[in-house]
Write a protein that binds this ligand. Structure first.
Ligand code: NDP
Length: 294
């Protein structure tokens, strides 16, 4: 059994991007820029936004965080997004979700220039992904594909079973994996709460991707021997032995599933760390497209 080291892969991706940005700086060229917009003070969003901003600065990118008060209106937010649509210094625009309830997320995402849609959530990006055109892949699913690539895990003809159909993980990883492309070209099944007996599907998986949001939900008797397991879940469970009173676990019962697996991602230390690396990669891609760099 091999543990898929998300930290190591994320560091590799960031180092490669830093080399590209260093080269731009040495040539006195403009660097890629990322603006992150957040509304309100959701503590989890704060921590994600800070990590995105710190990582982009660390590799030499231009990074700006726009923190707006919780009472910001939908129109005010869209006006700011539109301002950055025209700002030549920022190649990527990310609006941190979730937004406060009075704001329509769909309308805000639609306002982002698809050429700057580094989160890959704009319907144009989603449509391009589905029909196999080059586009921005949503960051967490892109990170999963990067793991297959960097660990040389065969995906062609393999049965990928995805549990979860969210727009940010389940649907996009499904759309990525069935494409007739390298590190995809798989036979894909997508499951959700309407499945009467989930294990009927999960037991058939050569590659199982769990994006459920339920701690330790996938048990050893739900998978076959030799399965590749990608655990996207990030769940807090109480742990009185730890000073903070909780620990983070995935959607997979790691302790019992790992011995049956050929490859498995740990939580933490797996998929989660790749999300920011892929965001930076998408920002570089947006920059390269805009500046005409190959
Ligand atoms: P959502 O809550 O949006 O979606 C969960 C999906 O799982 C739904 O489609 C739901 O089905 C399905 N599901 C829930 N319970 C069951 C069940 N008992 N049987 C079958 N299907 C079930 O979650 P997200 O996709 O946003 O996130 C999933 C997990 O991944 C979370 O733990 C989240 O924290 C984590 N995550 C991690 C990221 C990272 O690593 N960077 C990024 C994003 C998410 P239905 O549609 O029928 O309700």
């Amino acid at each position: 059994m091999i543990i898929l080291d998300g930290k190591k892969v994320a560091e590799q991706i960031k180092t490669e991007l830093k080399e590209k940005v260093d080269k731009l700086i040495a040539e006195n060229k403009k660097v890629p820029g990322l603006v992150t917009i957040m509304v309100g003070d959701n503590p989890a969003s704060h921590s994600y936004v800070n990590s995105k901003s710190k990582s982009s600065t660390a590799i030499g990118m231009l990074s700006k965080v726009e923190k707006l008060p919780a009472e910001t209106t939908e129109d005010e937010l869209i006006e700011l997004v539109e301002k950055y649509n025209y700002d030549k210094n920022y190649h990527g625009i990310l609006v941190q979700l979730p937004l406060p309830k009075h704001i329509n997320e769909d309308r805000v995402i639609m306002a982002i220039n698809p050429d700057k849609d580094v989160d890959g959530f704009h319907p144009i990006s989603v449509g391009k992904l589905v029909i196999g055109q080059d586009t921005f892949l949503p960051c967490t699913p892109a990170g999963i594909q990067e793991l297959f690539k960097r660990y040389n895990i065969e995906t062609t003809g393999k049965h990928v079973v995805v549990v979860g159909r969210s727009n940010i993980v389940g649907k996009p990883i499904t759309n990525i994996m069935f494409q007739k492309k390298q590190w995809a070209n798989s036979i894909v099944t997508i499951c959700h709460t309407a499945a009467n007996d989930l294990s009927v599907y999960t037991k058939q998986a050569d590659i199982l991707i769990a994006a459920i949001g339920q701690p330790n939900f996938i048990k050893a008797d739900m998978v076959k021997d030799g399965v590749v397991v990608i655990d996207v879940g990030i769940n807090r469970v109480e742990d009185a032995n730890l000073p903070k009173g909780y620990r983070i676990v995935g959607d997979v019962d790691f302790e019992n599933v790992a011995p049956k697996s050929s490859y498995i991602t740990p939580v933490p230390g797996g998929v989660g760390l790749l999300t920011v690396a892929m965001l930076l990669s998408n920002t570089y891609k947006a920059y390269a497209m805009k500046e005409g760099i190959k």
